[in-house]
Design a protein around this ligand. Sequence first.
Ligand code: PHE
Length: 486
Amino acid sequence: MVEENKRGSFGSNIGFLLSAIGSAVGLGNIWGFPYKMGKSGGFTFLLVYLALAVFVGFAIMLGELALGRKTGYGPVNAYKAITQKKGFRWIGWLAIVAPFLIMTFYSVLGGYCIYYIAINLIGLCTGTMPDSSSFGAMLTNPWLSIGIMVLFMVICFLINLGGVDGGIEKFNKIGMPALFVMLVIIIVRAWTLPHASEGLKFMFVPGYAVKGGFIEEAPGVMSVLATAGGQMFFSLSLAMGAMITYGSYLDKGENLPKNSVIIVIADTIVAIMAGLAVIPAAVANGIAKGIPVGDIKLGGPSLLFATLQDVFHDMGAIGGIFGTIFYILVLIAAISSAISLIEAVSVTFIDRASAKGHETNRAKVLAIVCLVITVLACLVAADGLGSNGIAPKDIFHIDSKADWCADWLDFMDTWSEGIAMPLGAMLMSIMIGWQIKPKALYDEIGSGYKGKALGFWSFCIKFICPIVMFFVLLVQVSSFFGLGWF
Ligand code: PHE
């Protein structure tokens, strides 16, 4: 049983990189980034996003990886090991609660992907392609939604059970290149649809969202900044314990700054590529059907499971092939993120047991973590994005249009992405920048690295990150609770 007690590690740097990129590349890239980019200023948004990714994303990513590798622990124990200050030692728990809550809806969305692969395959075989009406039918069928969510959780559980190198790394080494190839296939198909260029203009031309009739009013500067900031740290899997955990599995000889840069760049490239695939297709199909562009749903779950399914439906029999490829691609993105979230939650209990000298049974911890997530996810699944009358606002008779009570998915998202993530990232940068001081991590960052990024990193983590994250926190609270501060 000695093997079971051993902490895992990545077998190679490329395995680590693909796993970290896998964690970053997720539903946030596919349905969040392209739409937010189009709506919030096209190319201008991209520049703002890149600046934030360089000054904040890179700095927090490097901080998390260094924290994990230096302490050799997941989030909770890493904070305990690095700081003596009581006020900071609890932050790690935020990085447990957040991924746990995210998993309660990520698993439901992952389940939807499995279902969509199935209906597209069936459509391919029978020649009758499903359309967007499948979405409503699925949402209003709680048992179906629960069943596919459980299936998704079982798949993730089995991958995590395989261990860090035998499960997570293996999956990502195959999954990430496959995702890339499939994305290219979908881009080529999307671009050859008539009117596809309207979608590209929406995404890239500054101000085209308003000019082209996609939205009525251009968002203000503050709102663009906040949208980019929120998207950036969710997309990069920051403040979720995931990168601390993966860092703790990384060999001491590997170059952390270089790895951080690669993860940030790869995640951004995939987000743009996802946009190049989904937006032109959705817009082209909408225009061909005579739908006013302002009414085409270009973001959120309905982009993936309604708008795009109509695109595949309208392609005829061949749509089954593209539909199947597309939903497999989204499923891979969802799984590679989910397994990092499950690992981030589980590692804490594995580490705690071994720190106390107890036998740690990875399988048992994973089973319990996955089971608890599954139980809570049943609520999100049965709710069907608020379709079945059990949303928080229905149960508690709340008369509000705010996101936090609209449905259980948004409720979980509010406390995780809306509050725990920005709060955690802000407190982490304050702790590294002002309490333990950046120098405390210099030796860690320096091992395997001889460049001059240390000064730049210290400056970002001390000054830029806390300010930006405080601002992102305010905006998230305002938007999730419908307070209209910005
Ligand atoms: N980065 C993932 C996405 O873009 C979500 C995620 C957040 C995954 C935090 C792990 C940790 O969808």
